[in-house]
Design a protein around this ligand. Structure first.
Ligand SMILES: C[S@@+](CC[C@H](N)C(=O)[O-])C[C@H]1O[C@@H](n2cnc3c(N)ncnc32)[C@H](O)[C@@H]1O
Length: 197
């Protein structure tokens, strides 16, 4: 299940619903279930970043590609890539987005992906804290320029940023997300941070 307006927008942009209806098969690797971000949240968080043609956004754990669909719908400038650990979900995202030249899907772990090309990272509760720490360590090693990281999480992502240098908190708050699938209605914390290497 997804909210009716969101599913209608999925259908208009992609020709299919992006609500996966299945659990993640990589829980042993710290992966969370593939719940899509509601469009109103993406409009607030990504629509307000002032992205340009020079930007390249990486959706860390893209699932079936809701963030990519938002980029198409909103006409975001620049390139948008989704990386997804679950091969079935990555194949679904790749299938509907294949004819968009600025949208790309990579199947695999973000921990194996070179991060230097990206200027902006979006995370919606993709994995547990040990993987998040490993991802942040990798980003700090590989970022070649200042990067923006937008992070939505219901499990308290902020301790993973404690004690790290080079990070600036630009904005934070909460969204009340509607109940979806097995998830009850719950507030999701978000933060927008800048990392300067
Ligand atoms: C909550 S979903 C978010 C989906 C999408 N980003 C969105 O906002 O609509 C999290 C996704 O992260 C993926 N994931 C978990 N660990 C990953 C990793 N190490 N590398 C790439 N993707 C991962 C999961 O398989 C899952 O599909």
């Amino acid at each position: 299940m997804g909210s009716q307006p969101d599913v209608q927008r999925d259908l208009a942009v992609c020709g299919c619903s992006l609500v996966p209806g299945e659990k993640n098969s990589h829980a042993a690797e710290g992966a969370h279930d593939p719940t899509p971000t509601p469009y109103f949240v993406l409009e607030d968080l990504l629509g307000g970043l002032g992205l340009t043609e020079a930007d390249h956004v990486l959706d860390v754990g893209c699932g079936t590609g809701r963030v990519l669909a938002y980029a198409v719908w909103a006409g975001l400038p620049g390139q948008v890539t989704g990386v997804e650990l679950d091969a079935r979900l990555a194949a679904r995202a790749a299938a509907w987005s294949a004819h968009y030249e600025n949208i790309h899907v990579v199947c695999g772990s973000v921990l194996d992906l070179p991060l230097e090309p990206y200027s902006c990272f979006y995370l919606f509760n993709p994995f547990d804290t040990p993987v998040l720490r490993a991802f942040l360590d990798k980003l700090e090693r590989e970022a070649a320029r200042p990067v923006t990281l937008v992070h939505m999480s219901d499990n308290g992502e902020w301790p993973a940023y404690l004690g790290r240098s080079g990070w600036t908190l630009l904005r934070e708050g909460t969204f009340d997300l509607p109940a979806e699938g097995e998830r009850d209605e719950c507030p999701q914390h978000f933060s927008v941070r800048r990392f300067t290497p």
